[in-house]
Design a protein around this ligand. Structure first.
Ligand code: PA5
Length: 465
């Protein structure tokens, strides 16, 4: 089971100027209770689909059936999607499949497919990935809840043309689309082409969709235990759902962030694992947290300023990088370590030029122990500098633990949105950038955005050196 250690968030450890006291937690209990009530109300109204995903045993069966129906036909998977339609699967690959899955030969992969992600508009990336992929042995997984995402459709168009050139009429067998069950152009063209499809339930938002087919289907092809993911998420949900503040770790963590922001002026939230296996979860969390909480209007229509800026960090690397700023720069950050207790492996550092006192102290030590010492040393240095930090402790790296962790972070984000009194499930500001892009691409209906762009996008040569 995951544990949340918030010792160094507390005033008794880091002082009252920067730490939070029990009385402040007491003071936020009313708001926390309102957050729980709002979640229950929204869940009961059917709008919080992410809370139902852990119970979808049929989806797991359908994905497994689809996976086995493809036999040994595919050796790699190309995921085409962006944001919530790509980041979760990337984090699952890093945490639960081999860290360098794509570099392993077939035998060592033991049935798991190489997985490539097309989640950007970048001619370098798409041509380079095109160079390493064997299209004949690739399943293309097109993921877009809306079906209308420009980046995804551009990449799909390019890859579909290559696929058709390579396999001809058999291209349909190489594609599975994951999209809204009824709406959108991807659903429409998939039906026209008679493609295999899986749904993204309409009440599940993109960034909350990793436990739907969006994350589970690619994960199944990576050899990940998808039933275990849902089992862990279920355990997390049942452990936390509806529990009061002091018994509900995701709610408590959300409340700390809310208090650090609104009472202590700390506007940056750092997520820092000490293993690369969990680093892409910092990326996933960055999107989940930023898109959910960065809102300027509350649910009553009043102006507000919500959301700490999420920053990914990786130990031990960032001890030689961002840690200097964390320790001596502005005291405006809330740091959460992601601690993995049992790495399930260790490496002994061999004797190394013995006789040199600068080197002797590392000889015959364990690499895992060194990792742990570095993490504790950073925690203590932060504590001594009165910088708040907490740890989410993962006992081991397996599907169930990762599933519980995903649910923890999703609940934490939703609760934080409720504490700020905002809607954590929309992203109105992102839409504006999309509309200007549509205008620039001359999409019918978006002429006014093109006109507005031409009027507003002015720059003076005086300010370019
Ligand atoms: O969280 C979200 O809703 C977004 O980040 C989406 O996941 C992202 O914009 C991709 O959208 P879609 O799946 O509709 O292509």
């Amino acid at each position: 089971m995951i544990r949340f250690d918030y010792n160094y968030f507390m005033d008794e450890h880091i002082g009252a100027e920067h730490g939070i006291g029990l009385s402040e937690l007491e003071g936020v209990k009313g708001r926390a209770a309102a957050a729980l009530a709002r979640m229950e109300k929204e869940r009961a109204s059917g709008s919080l689909g992410f809370l139902g995903l852990p119970y979808d045993a049929k989806l797991v069966r359908d994905i497994k059936k689809f996976r086995s129906s493809t036999g040994s036909k595919f050796d790699s998977v190309a995921v085409i999607g962006i944001g919530g339609s790509a980041l979760g699967a990337q984090a699952l690959r890093a945490s639960l499949a081999h860290l360098y899955l794509n570099e392993l030969d077939k035998k060592k992969r033991a049935g798991a497919c190489r997985t490539y992600f097309f989640d950007n508009v970048d001619p370098f990336e798409i041509t380079s990935l095109g160079d390493v992929m064997d299209i004949k042995k690739t399943l293309f997984v097109v993921i877009s809840k809306s079906g209308g995402t420009t980046e995804t459709n551009a990449n799909y168009a390019i890859l579909l043309e290559r696929l058709k050139k390579t396999v001809g009429k058999k291209f349909r067998e190489h594609i599975v689309a994951i999209t809204d069950p009824a709406k959108g152009v991807l659903r429409k063209i998939s039906a026209q082409e008679d493609l295999a499809t899986f749904p993204v339930p309409s009440n599940v938002g993109g960034r909350f969709s990793v436990l739907s087919a969006v994350g589970l289907l690619p994960a199944a092809f990576m050899g990940i235990d998808i039933a275990g993911l849902l089992r862990g998420a279920r355990a997390g949900l049942e452990r936390y759902y509806g529990k009061p503040l002091m018994e509900n770790a995701p709610l408590l963590s959300a409340a700390f962030h809310y208090l650090f922001d609104t009472r202590r002026g700390k506007r940056i939230s750092v997520l820092m694992p000490y293993t690369r296996k969990l680093f892409l979860f910092s990326d996933w969390y960055r999107q989940l947290w930023a898109e959910s909480l960065g809102k300027n209007t509350n649910i009553h229509g009043a102006p507000t300023v919500a959301g700490l800026t999420p920053v990914p960090a990786l130990g031990t690397i960032d001890q030689h990088s961002q840690a200097q700023l964390y320790l001596e720069g502005p005291n405006d950050k809330v740091i959460t370590f992601l601690k993995l207790e049992n790495f399930g492996r260790d490496v002994k550092i061999p004797d190394f030029y013995r006789g040199n006192p600068e080197l002797d102290y590392i000889s015959r030590k364990s690499l895992r122990a060194l990792n742990g010492f570095e993490e504790s040393a950073t925690e203590l240095a932060l504590k001594m500098a009165s910088r708040p930090s907490a740890s989410i402790i993962l006992p081991r790296l397996d599907s169930a633990t990762v599933g519980e962790f995903i649910m923890f972070m999703e609940l934490q984000t939703a609760y934080a949105g409720y504490l700020y009194d905002i809607n954590p499930y929309d992203q109105p500001a992102v839409e504006q950038g999309k509309h200007f892009t549509f205008g620039l691409l001359s999409r019918p209906g978006y002429e006014k955005f093109r006109d507005a762009f031409e009027k507003e996008y002015k720059k003076s040569a005086n300010f370019v050196l």
